[in-house]
Write a new protein. Structure first.
Lengths: 256, 223
């Protein structure tokens, strides 16, 4: 009795988690209650549930699946919808969240299981826009041109993108009715086109953005720039690429 | 046509010529406020006196309106609004742009049927349109519907101008987009007020006498 007493008075944290057993089955919610620990975040809570997968009704259940890696908001793997907002679970401190804490997968992406989503479309988008700098050759190409420091500073901000998918989740134009590529890849075109060596392939990337489902899919809701956990100026990137693709369009018409 | 070009054309036509047309329409209507029935008649006569007026109407109004309207419906119904989760001002305007687009689509068809289509059918003449508007706008239900249509049109035009400047890469940074927001929302208020003002002018009894004989046939037509 004496040992059970502090447990009853201890602070508890309630989670309502949206679960899904496989990609095709219907989703359902399950509630969990955990002991509060100072400094806990959503990932540590999920780990706790994994250790002791018992729901609020006292039933033993399958542990909740999720993805995470770096645990310091740089890899983008643990993105999920927490209390209605898409964000990284590792950076979601329980102390800052309203209870009960609702955790859902980012349903803009195909759900694999529980909170695990398939972000393949984002990586395919990066391939589509050629978000890299081709430097391989059969001989030493020598050093590339230098980048101005001023340019490097803003380009560095764009390079913080971790392909986490939060901007796509926030965008009302990324949905099953459209094939819009999403803000992240558009901003990466700006990054690689800003690079003095990457610039040599700038037109290829712009043309990729002018394909179906490219930059024209933006509807200017500007949710992306507000949702981005890295504070990347996504709408500035989109407008800058609007300018570049418009210029490229006229150049293509009038230049030949 | 590839999505990029069709969307760009939609954006361009919304401003040139349709944006110019809405401003022209606003000023023509305002001549009813300034000059009464005669002033409005003169403005209408001036427009009809333009050379190649049917060509100007076809390529400056009808075809752009048709394309902008139909493609706009496609854009509007592709959206999946999330304003509850993201209650910010730009996202609200994103939603309103699509909602007003659908309202304006219906409103323009109705308004055209009552005015330009009736002129084409020979039921009224251009000069009698002031009287037609008087008849419509003195009916309270129609007045309210017109008010909604007019405010929706003004918003769709002004906010569309804002997103046009983003989509063509004219306003790129956050400051430019903020300043253009203020300007465009100011334009929305001015456009809405001037249109509404002229609606009240058309309600004046001096417009009643306009083309009463033909109006009787028209009255039967629109019920």
């Amino acid at each position: 009795m004496a040992t059970a007493e502090p447990k009853l008075t201890a602070k508890r944290v309630k989670f309502i988690i949206t679960r899904q057993d496989d990609p095709n089955s219907a989703s359902y919610t399950e509630e969990f209650e955990l002991d509060y620990r100072p400094g806990m975040n959503v990932i540590s809570a999920l780990m706790e549930i994994q250790r002791n997968p018992v729901n609020v009704k006292g039933e033993s259940t399958a542990p909740v699946c999720w993805e995470s890696n770096c645990l310091e908001e740089v890899c983008g793997a643990c993105s999920m919808v927490i209390n209605g907002k898409p964000r990284q679970a590792c950076a979601a401190l329980v102390d800052n969240l309203e209870q009960p804490i609702r955790v859902e997968p980012m349903r803009t992406f195909p759900v694999v299981r529980d909170l695990v989503i398939d972000r393949s479309r984002m990586f395919n988008a990066l391939k589509r826009v050629k978000a890299w700098i081709p430097i391989d050759g059969t001989y030493d190409l020598g050093p590339g041109p230098r980048m101005a420091e001023k340019k490097r500073q803003w380009a560095y901000e764009l390079s913080k993108c971790m392909t986490c998918g939060v901007c796509l989740e926030a965008c009302p134009n990324v949905n099953e009715k459209t094939d819009f590529i999403g803000p992240a890849a558009i901003s990466q075109v700006r990054l690689f086109n800003a690079h003095p060596t990457g610039e040599m392939n700038a037109e290829e990337r712009l043309e990729a953005l002018m394909e179906d489902g490219g930059i024209e899919g933006c509807g200017n809701s500007q949710n992306c720039v507000r949702a981005c956990p890295k504070g990347i100026p996504l709408t500035t990137s989109i407008a800058e690429m609007n300018k570049a693709t418009t210029k490229h369009m006229f150049k293509r018409w009038l230049g030949v | 046509m590839k999505g990029f070009y069709s969307r760009k054309l939609h954006s361009l036509l919304g401003v040139i010529p349709l944006g110019f047309f809405i401003l022209e329409h606003m000023l023509t209507n305002f001549s009813a406020v300034e000059g009464g029935p005669q002033g409005f008649k003169d403005s209408v006569a001036f427009l009809n006196g333009l050379p190649l007026v049917i060509v100007l109407e076809t390529f400056g109004i009808w075809l752009p309106l048709l394309y902008h309207g139909v493609y706009g419906m496609y854009i509007a119904f592709q959206a999946k609004p999330n304003n509850k989760r993201f209650p910010n001002e730009r996202n609200l305007r994103y939603l309103l742009q699509r909602v007003t687009g659908v309202i304006v689509f219906v409103f323009v068809i109705w308004h055209l049927y009552e005015t330009r289509v009736q002129v084409a059918l020979g039921n009224v003449t251009h000069e009698e349109l002031g009287g037609v508007m008087h008849h419509i706008l003195t009916t309270p239900v129609f007045f309210v519907l017109y008010l909604i249509g007019v405010i929706a049109s003004a918003f769709h035009f002004a906010n569309g101008l804002w997103s046009f400047m983003v989509s063509w890469g004219i306003t790129v940074g956050p400051r430019a987009q903020r300043v253009s927001s203020y300007i465009c929302m100011g334009l929305f208020v001015i456009t809405a007020v001037l249109f509404t003002w002229s609606m009240f002018a058309f309600r004046g009894s001096e417009f009643q006498a306009e083309g009463t004989a033909l109006l009787e046939t028209f009255r039967i037509l629109i019920g």
